[in-house]
Design a protein around this ligand. Structure first.
Ligand SMILES: NC(=O)c1ccc[n+]([C@@H]2O[C@H](COP(=O)([O-])OP(=O)(O)OC[C@H]3O[C@@H](n4cnc5c(N)ncnc54)[C@H](OP(=O)(O)O)[C@@H]3O)[C@@H](O)[C@H]2O)c1
Length: 298
């Protein structure tokens, strides 16, 4: 089921994209930014809203001052959450956050990349400054973001260890991890030490226990909760937390990794636009491998 909405007009610096596929993020419907004009929820409401802030599509119209991309270009991107999303035939967004879609995958697969792969890129490249040959531990390697952290770390030349549920060990190895540790039945501390970079996608005890496996001078990057800086200092390591931001350069690099075969999007399922609601329900209830994608148009 869906409703009619007016076709939006691109303003200066914006483009109108004909959406081919969109993708959804766990918990996005609980965020203030989804329902108001500000990330902290203090701005006025902007209901009714259109969800699903990652997409792949084709430029249909450019606003004033936009030289690139041009009409007909295939693009993909992450839409700022304070704007309408892409579970619709058209979306308007700033040209500055778009990048050319990876050439070797279709729109459904491209739509699965922007948020989770950008999170992985920003963790490993921007915050950890990962170097080839370093050892990375990924806490939560089978999750929506972990899938990309494992692949990108391996693709950047690192040795990758990861934690995952017993049923996911083979899946995460297939993404490029050398060693995958069953988090429920095994202690990662017994299998890894002197790690250069921990990427924490779990939080809680998984985060607080991770300090001890880092080498002095190593770094723990978490996307879950800001780490305890006193603990970081006690171990002589760095602790960093960040929130992913739309970034054109990261998307360009991700597209290169996809096109040269170092990164592959993983799709849990593809639903038609009319079943978007089912997708959001499955996000909350079902065990997944990869993204739930909405196929909007051929
Ligand atoms: N800061 C940001 O910008 C940003 C961006 C994206 C995501 N996030 C956050 O990052 C976290 C991960 O996101 P996601 O989309 O990847 O979540 P997800 O798809 O739910 O994945 C989490 C994974 O961690 C596994 N896991 C649970 N407990 C574990 C443990 N003790 N040790 C190791 N693995 C464990 C889960 O396995 P099971 O299937 O067995 O539960 C699941 O595979 C979430 O908290 C999310 O809100 C933040």
């Amino acid at each position: 089921m869906y409703e009619e909405a007016p076709r939006p007009k691109p303003g200066p610096g914006e483009v109108l994209v004909a959406v081919k596929a969109a993708s959804m993020t766990p918990h996005e419907l609980t965020w203030p930014a989804t329902w108001t004009h500000t990330s902290d929820g203090t701005g006025p409401e902007r209901t009714p809203i259109i969800p699903s802030h990652e997409f792949s599509g084709v430029v249909a119209e450019s606003g004033a001052g936009v030289e690139s991309p041009v009409e007909g270009d295939a693009v993909y991107g992450l839409i700022p959450f304070v704007r309408d999303g892409a579970a619709a035939e058209y979306v308007v967004l700033p040209a500055a956050v778009l990048a050319p879609k990876p050439a070797t995958v279709d729109h459904d697969h491209a739509a699965a990349l922007p948020l989770a792969a950008s999170s992985a890129w920003q963790a490993l490249v921007d915050h950890a400054d990962l170097q080839a040959g370093q050892h990375v531990l990924v806490q939560g390697g089978a999750g929506g973001v972990g899938i990309f952290v494992v692949q990108l770390a391996a693709g950047l030349g690192a040795r990758v260890s990861a934690t995952a549920a017993a049923g996911d060990l083979g899946f995460v190895k297939g993404l490029g991890a050398e060693q995958v540790i069953d988090y429920a039945h095994d202690r990662f501390e017994d299998h890894v030490r002197d790690v250069d970079v921990v990427v924490d996608l779990v939080g809680g005890a998984a985060q607080s226990r991770s300090w001890s496996v880092l080498r002095p001078g190593g770094v723990l990057v978490t996307l879950v909760t800001p780490p305890d800086q006193q603990e970081a200092a006690r171990y002589g390591v760095r602790g960093a937390y960040f929130i992913v931001e739309p970034n054109q350069n990261a998307l360009r690099s991700i597209a290169e990794f996809v096109d040269d075969g170092r990164l592959r999007p993983v799709l849990d399922r593809v639903l038609p636009l009319s079943e978007t609601r089912l997708g959001y329900e499955a996000l909350e209830t079902a065990k997944r491998h990869g993204k739930i994608v909405i196929h909007v148009a051929d």
